[in-house]
Design a protein around this ligand. Structure first.
Ligand code: PMP
Ligand code: GLN
Length: 478
């Protein structure tokens, strides 16, 4: 069921304060005081994830209630009252020096759940990383680069062969032409490209439209910039884009539209009609478009990923972001990139150079080779991933869960209500203890927590025997 009609409208942190929030109790059993920021930034006690006792106290001397601070509603689309009531940012146990706009946790949901998997000996179907390596020739190229002394600062925009390979890849797969010298920037993963782009373009109060559920770093980066997140729901059970809601999300304050397709966590690959609608609105409202295409090759059943930048009027206003992590099973290498018109890439570079200056020297020639020579490897790996998707879907079905078949990414979603749970967090909290398996509750990706409440994300980018073992363990849920 779709949540409240109209876009969801979230105020920047500096307009909110519910007072310090103290969270005690930790999934690993250690007492911990931490922010709850890896939950939706308005997280409250009822969606804290903890296997241990969890105590949440909120100081009474907080600032204005979120609803009061939420600012004027969007044209024709009032902020949902329930949203406003929930719209509390968590700022807990801050030092006296902490910036108000720093809202995120020191531990992301992914890191926390991976630690929980290790601590409980669980099969980790939580964090989206493959448990197998990328192409051997790419790994060898990195080893060789280290042996050859490619260990000092590379050029700020990335080594020329990698920028050329990125441009050639975009031409080959999307028919898009970028000048490798002026229109391509190598970054420390897509995460840095996203962060640098958001810092380069979002001023306090600027609205950023993004598909909700959102990848976790979007919320953090938009908050750091003082921006206002406007979610457009890809909500269950069908996880389809509502074009009327999309249109209503645009306002005179919209600065950019951030589109992730194939989409984490739903596995949705936006269709031509969705992309065309986004493109038309972006042009009509004259806004910047940022595309997160990290799963660009991981599409199944003949689905096609088409970059938004290929639509009329979009190339000149789009920063395209991707990375080697997912495509080449090397999430730890953190080589990503942004491409777009030279003026935009200059501005993103201006931020990137003071975030990390440069990115992973010996990995750059290796990723260049993978992009140049790895198309066949990627096609084979994607077919194999599709088989593993089907394997996990069958396994989850056998224990009474009905996955929504994803057209792309590493992830599938189930509604946990058939197993007697109303809440995905409660389910994920119990799962390691009941079954020895870890998954990720959808709620962590939502501002509209209700919309995500019953859903859970399962990663299928794991070896067959690992998926088999997970399904064998999950049989206790039947
Ligand atoms: N965007 C999405 C949608 C993701 O799932 C991820 C996680 N890989 C990233 C960005 C970050 O990519 P990277 O690891 O290259 O920083
Ligand atoms: N993208 C990965 C996921 O969604 C996680 C990456 C991370 O841990 N930051 O699971």
């Amino acid at each position: 069921m779709r949540g409240a009609a109209g876009p969801r409208f979230i105020v920047p942190n500096d307009q909110l304060s519910a007072g310090p929030l103290v969270v005690e109790g930790h999934p690993l059993g250690e007492p911990a005081v931490r922010q709850a920021g890896w939950f939706p930034p308005q997280a409250s006690s009822d969606h804290q994830l903890s296997a241990g006792p969890l105590v949440v106290r909120r100081d009474s001397h907080g600032g204005p209630a979120a609803g009061e601070a939420a600012g004027p509603p969007l044209d024709g689309a009032p902020a949902s009252p329930s949203r406003a009531a929930r719209g509390t940012r968590v700022r807990c146990m801050a030092s006296p020096w902490r910036a108000r706009r720093l809202t995120s946790s020191t531990t992301t949901i992914f890191a926390e759940m991976s630690a929980l998997a290790v601590a409980t000996g669980s099969v980790n179907l939580g964090q989206g990383f493959p448990d197998h390596d990328g192409p051997g020739f790419m790994l060898e190229a990195a080893r060789q680069a280290i042996s050859d002394g490619v260990n000092q600062y590379p050029p700020g925009r990335g080594i020329a062969p990698l920028r050329q390979a990125i441009a050639a890849h975009a031409r080959r797969h999307q028919g898009l032409d970028y000048d490798p010298d002026t229109e391509v920037l190598v970054t420390t993963g897509a995460t840095e490209a996203l962060a640098a782009t958001i810092q380069a373009y979002v001023d306090p109060g600027d609205e950023v439209i993004a598909l909700e559920p959102f990848y976790d770093s979007y919320a953090a980066s938009i908050d750091l910039a003082g921006g206002v997140r406007v979610g457009v729901g890809l909500f269950g059970p069908d996880f389809r884009l509502d074009h009327a809601e999309l249109a209503a999300a645009f306002s005179p304050r919209t600065k950019l539209v951030l589109i992730n397709s194939p989409h984490n966590p739903t596995g949705v690959v936006l269709g031509e009609d969705d992309l065309a609608a986004i493109a038309r609105l972006a042009v009509a409202h004259d806004v910047l478009v940022v595309t997160d295409e990290v799963y660009e090759h991981l599409v199944f059943d003949g689905a096609v990923h088409r970059s938004l930048a290929t639509f009329p009027g979009l190339r000149e206003r789009t920063v395209r972001i991707s990375s080697a992590g997912k495509t080449f099973s090397a999430t730890g290498w953190k080589i990503g990139w942004a491409m777009g018109p030279a003026a935009l890439i200059d501005e993103v570079t201006a931020v990137k150079q003071f975030l990390t200056y440069v990115s992973g020297a010996p990995f750059q020639p290796a990723v260049a080779r993978a992009l140049d020579e790895g198309d066949a490897w990627v096609a084979g790996a994607t077919r194999d991933l599709q088989d593993r998707r089907d394997q996990l879907a069958e396994g989850l079905t056998s224990v009474g869960l009905s996955p929504v078949t994803p057209q792309g990414t590493f992830f599938m979603t189930t509604d946990v209500r058939p197993l007697g749970y109303e809440d995905g967090v409660a389910f994920c909290r119990d799962l390691p203890h009941r079954a020895g398996v870890v998954a990720i509750p959808h709620q962590v990706f939502y501002d509209d927590v209700e919309a995500g409440r019953p859903y859970v994300r399962w990663a299928f980018c794991k070896r067959r025997e690992v998926l088999d073992e997970a399904v064998r363990r999950l049989a206790v849920l039947r």
